[in-house]
Design a protein around this ligand. Structure first.
Ligand code: URA
Length: 226
């Protein structure tokens, strides 16, 4: 099968899986959300990014990571020479988790039961895309793969065995980075940059070992712009 045929076949599989996910009402949030946010990107991506769950903008547009955090994610990816379109982006849950707020529903982290209900959809995405590397963004996403005891501040930036034996690394969520200021912001950015470089290196190593074609590695180790 040519790469084009492979991509088309995976696109069809993902579209069918997305339709099934959109019909799911296993959680209350399935009936509250505006759009199911299944995921998007290259079905043959070497990197899969998994966030925690859709926020307001994602819910509105039906696309993952398109709000402020998404804009920072795009910059983080660009810092290691990856275009958003070359990556597959999704979340642990496909519906926006909300709790009541004074000015309408506000975002909250997904509950364990919601992540468990949605897990078959995530596993199916991983199985179809078969990325070389998975990056979990933030503690909820990391915990969903690595267990409740995972601590993002202590355990980010390390390689773990993810689903299907795929190398998995956790780093800070871009929304967390955006909440930092001053010295904390500089410190977090440095850690995220180290994690991004680790991802780049791992992708290049896998490609060099015959895993996949790698675009050129970035020549400048500059911190991604805010
Ligand atoms: N935060 C997430 O975890 N996922 C999104 O899609 C957007 C923001």
């Amino acid at each position: 099968m040519s790469l084009l045929q492979e991509r088309a076949s995976r696109e069809r599989l993902l579209a069918a899986a997305a339709a099934t996910a959109a019909a799911c009402r296993a959680c209350v949030i399935g009936s509250e959300r505006r759009n199911n946010v299944y995921g998007e990107g290259d079905p043959c991506a070497r990197l899969m990014v998994v966030g925690e769950g859709p926020g307001e903008t994602e819910d509105l547009l039906g696309r993952p990571f398109v709000g402020r955090a998404g804009q920072l994610l795009d910059k983080m990816l660009a810092a290691i020479d990856l275009a958003r379109e070359d990556v597959y982006i999704c979340n642990t849950v496909k519906c926006r988790p909300t709790s009541p707020g004074p000015r309408g529903p506000k975002n909250r982290a997904p509950e364990l039961e919601e992540m468990a209900n949605c897990r078959p959809f995530l596993d199916q995405q991983i199985d179809i895309v078969r990325p070389s590397v998975i990056a979990a963004l933030g503690a909820p996403a990391a915990k969903s793969f690595l267990g409740r005891d995972f601590q993002i501040t202590k355990m980010r930036g390390r390689w773990n065995e993810g689903p299907l034996g795929i190398p998995l690394i956790a780093t800070f969520h871009p929304a967390y980075v955006l909440r930092q200021t001053g010295g904390e912001l500089d410190a977090v950015k440095r850690l995220v940059w180290a994690d991004l470089k680790a991802i780049r290196t791992r992708l290049d190593e896998i490609a060099a070992a015959g895993g996949a074609l790698a675009p050129d590695a970035p020549e400048q180790a500059s911190l991604f712009a805010e």
